[in-house]
Design a protein around this ligand. Structure first.
Ligand code: WQD
Length: 349
């Protein structure tokens, strides 16, 4: 394989499949490592169809150290330049109920990846971090110097993983580390062929609204309309998943272009916020139907509003978002309307 072969851990997932597609279209080769615990092999087939490119696949549980040697042998055969690390559990509510599972899976995946990359002499990592590391301690827009203070075990694992990677650079300056702090990724590839396919009841706003629009759910519960925001509902910085994936390409281009090691935390957000009611209206317009909803009590752990200061990504990576809330809703609806049951439609055929 060429020197620009990138390992994508969790590459069959929602974010990972879009990152894989954008990297392939930018000329990288891609090796996906995934155990399909929260993703589908159909996504890998769709990436191959959309790009007409080969995608190598290693089906393995990165959190299990017993798999390290086999993974190292395979990656040494292939030859990789670095990794985008997306593998991990990501449901805030579930992390509160099962903190041990989250710490075990999310931290051991990163510790094993560090050992694997060192063995492969590929010490470049772009890590899928999250704005959840900021907690509710900052006034928006939040920049990368904002106070950190995750308010749930999921957010803590993102914070600890940032530290694991930063301390790896502290011990060995050959490491190049970019921790990308995602705000709220939504939307899908415009063809509607890949998208977000949560198992069970969606925790997040967009997939829940999409399932209401396609008739899988009766109505949306709006978690509180008494926040100190323009219309009383929660405000978030939604970012189109294609913009997010392009941010990963920009981060990899930057990291691989540096001649010495470093560690950077970088926000990936639009720099502006939208309320729950604004999203309901925009999604209804995109789907051409009313989105029934009811006002429900606040969800514990929610903040009133959070949106990014996105200046560092623009300055360092020459990257910024280009897609609007309407684009996000149109593309998310294209995915959901073409795949009402997500990838399960294709798995059953
Ligand atoms: C957005 C807004 C809710 C659902 C979390 C994680 C973050 C990332 C994205 C993984 C809030 C409201 C939601 C619903 C609602 N996850 N809402 N009814 O909580 O900002 O971020 O998900 O990477 O790390 O922290 O996203 O989509 O859950 O909520 O009213 O059924 O929608 O109160 O205001 P959140 P969200």
């Amino acid at each position: 394989m060429t020197s620009k072969t990138i390992l994508l851990t969790g590459g069959a997932g929602y974010i990972g499949s879009h990152v894989a597609l954008v990297l392939l279209e930018a000329g990288y080769e891609v090796v996906i490592l995934d155990n399909f615990a929260n993703s589908s092999p159909v996504a890998v087939s769709r990436i191959r169809q959309l790009t007409n490119r080969e995608v190598l696949l290693i089906e393995s549980d990165l959190a299990d150290k017993g798999n390290n040697d086999a993974t190292i042998d395979r990656l040494k055969e292939i030859g990789i330049a670095g990794a985008v690390h997306l593998a991990g559990l990501k449901a805030v509510g579930e992390s509160v109920e099962k903190p041990d599972m989250y710490y075990d899976t999310n931290l051991n995946s990163t510790l094993n990846l560090v050992a694997i990359l060192a063995e492969c002499d590929a010490r470049t990592v772009v890590f899928s971090s999250s704005a959840t590391v900021y907690g509710d301690r900052n006034k928006s827009p939040v920049d990368e110097n904002g106070l950190t203070g995750p308010t749930n075990p999921y957010g803590m694992t993102k914070f600890f993983n940032e530290r694991i990677l930063a301390d790896q650079y502290g011990a060995d300056e050959r490491w190049k580390v970019i921790n990308l702090r995602y705000f709220n990724p939504v939307g899908a590839h415009p063809t509607g062929q890949i998208g977000e396919d949560p198992l069970g009841t969606p925790n997040n706003l967009f997939p829940f609204i999409a399932q209401v629009a396609v008739g899988r759910r009766e109505k949306l519960s709006v978690f509180g309309d008494d926040y100190d925001t323009p219309d009383g509902t929660g405000v978030r910085d939604y970012i189109h998943v294609m913009d997010l994936a392009e941010g990963h390409r920009a981060a990899l281009d930057y990291a691989l272009g540096q001649d010495r090691g470093f560690v950077r935390n970088i926000n990936l957000g639009s720099g502006s916020g939208h309320s729950v009611l604004e999203v309901i209206t925009a999604f209804g317009a995109a789907a051409g139907r009313e989105i029934p909803y009811m006002i429900a009590p606040r969800r514990s752990g929610d903040v009133a509003e959070i949106y990014a200061n996105a200046a560092l990504a623009k300055e360092l990576l020459a990257w910024q978002t280009t897609r609007s809330l309407e684009d996000m809703c149109r593309d998310h609806w294209a995915w959901q309307s073409q795949n009402p049951q997500g990838y399960r439609d294709a798995e059953e055929n």
